[in-house]
Design a protein around this ligand. Structure first.
Ligand SMILES: [Fe+2]
Ligand SMILES: [Fe+2]
Length: 166
């Protein structure tokens, strides 16, 4: 676990999923230029922080954010757009093999690509994971060429917390 994410409560929530042998395989897969595992932990951590501060269902959010891209294979004949639209369902199907998901957790995984997928999130927690995933994806894609990206991510997260709290 990257030290910058270390937080005992966060760690306790995610540990049962990190211990799953199938989930460990995400360490071998590259996503946005880093391992899918690192992407999932990053999205989960920032989603945890935001929903915890806002007094939302942070445990469900943390778990679902960790599972939002939990799949090992996409269908090869999917076009790029189809892959963007379908992978939340691959992740949901896969996550359900290993975990009993609540309605909120299912919604978070299923709608994390909105508006690329057409069905909007039903919960505030799902909107938060959707936005955190977008920002994390941008950061991961451009961080090697843009040193300010990290500061921008932090700024955006603080801005979002302030905005939602008003
Ligand atoms: Fe995704
Ligand atoms: Fe993602």
């Amino acid at each position: 676990m990257n030290k910058q994410y270390y937080n005992e409560e966060f760690q306790n929530i995610i540990q049962p999923i990190l211990d799953n042998e199938e989930f460990k395989k995400t360490k071998e897969q590259i996503h946005h230029g880093i391992s899918r595992f690192d992407h999932l932990v990053r999205v989960s951590y920032y989603s945890y922080l935001i929903t915890r501060v806002l007094g939302l269902s942070y445990k469900e959010t943390t778990r679902a954010a960790l599972l939002h891209d939990f799949f090992l294979e996409e269908t090869k004949d999917d076009s790029a757009l189809k892959a963007l639209q379908k992978h939340p369902y691959y992740a949901l199907e896969n996550a359900k093999k290993y975990y009993d998901l609540t309605d909120r957790e299912e919604d978070i995984i299923k709608t994390h690509m909105f508006p690329v997928t057409f069905k909007p999130p039903r919960y505030l927690e799902s909107w938060i994971v959707d936005i955190v995933d977008d920002i994390a994806g941008m950061y991961e894609k451009y961080k090697s060429s843009c040193n300010e990206a990290k500061a921008a991510v932090n700024f955006l997260i603080i801005f979002m917390i302030n905005l939602i709290q008003k």
